[in-house]
Design a binder for this molecule. Structure first.
Ligand code: HEC
Length: 108
């Protein structure tokens, strides 16, 4: 009995620690985007043209982001990406920007 209480308490503590870690992903001050592998590629190939807000307010899975990156290439002047950079960008975007976020005017 006592043991199970200790185990539950530990599990609970771990849950909070995890939640905190997830919230505390550092945000890049220049782009406003989450710092992680792939951000450097996004900086070199995406936010050179427009703000990171276009990315933050959009959101979807790999298919969604592959489509958007293809759209940038076809219609908006994005150059041909190196395959490894493209993969990092799609992975980064679909991992961190999988959902649409509501952005208020103040945040822009
Ligand atoms: C050569 C310039 C250029 C580059 C590079 C570029 N974009 Fe864009 N992007 C644009 C323009 C122009 C628009 C349209 C802006 C508007 O609608 O006012 C746009 C719009 C967007 C939008 C919002 C419109 C939509 O259809 O959802 C997203 C998302 C986006 N870009 C993502 C990206 C990503 C991700 C990259 C990097 C892989 C990228 N862009 C690289 C020029 C660029």
């Amino acid at each position: 009995m006592k043991k199970s209480i200790v185990v539950s308490a530990l599990l609970l503590a771990l849950t909070f620690l995890n939640a905190e870690a997830a919230e505390k992903l550092p945000i890049d001050r220049v782009t406003g985007l989450i710092e992680d592998i792939g951000l450097q590629d996004v900086k070199e190939n995406c936010t050179v043209c427009h703000t990171g807000r276009f990315i933050v307010v959009n959101g979807g899975d790999k298919k969604f982001w592959t489509f958007k990156v293809g759209l940038m290439r076809k219609a908006f002047g994005l150059w041909k990406l190196k395959p490894d950079a493209k993969e990092r960008i799609i992975n980064y975007l679909s991992m961190h920007y999988s959902k649409k976020h509501n952005v208020t005017v103040e945040e822009n």
